[in-house]
Design a protein around this ligand. Structure first.
Ligand SMILES: [Zn+2]
Length: 86
């Protein structure tokens, strides 16, 4: 009985994480993570301003169309430079 309860608890937790975790704040942007950094020039971009582009499931923001076009030409170069994920 207690095994089933634990399983349900984990299933519920997993559901909540899927629902309100990464996927949710990627689109809404609660400001708890600096996701609004322009990967081209490194500037912080206001969620209300600039340009947005979804690349490999992540939303990136750009201060100007110029930066967006630069990113479009060679996305991986800019992601490698600014990204701290290995
Ligand atoms: Zn920029």
């Amino acid at each position: 009985m207690s095994g089933l309860l634990t399983f349900l608890l984990f299933a519920g937790l997993f559901y909540v994480m899927m629902r309100f975790g990464c996927g949710a704040h990627m689109t809404h942007g609660h400001g708890d993570k600096t996701d609004h950094k322009d990967p081209v020039c490194g500037m912080q971009v206001d969620p209300q301003q600039g340009y947005g582009k979804v690349f490999q499931g992540r939303l990136y923001r750009f201060c100007s169309k110029d930066c967006l076009e630069k990113f479009d030409q060679d996305p991986e170069q800019y992601l490698k430079k600014g990204g701290d994920e290995s």
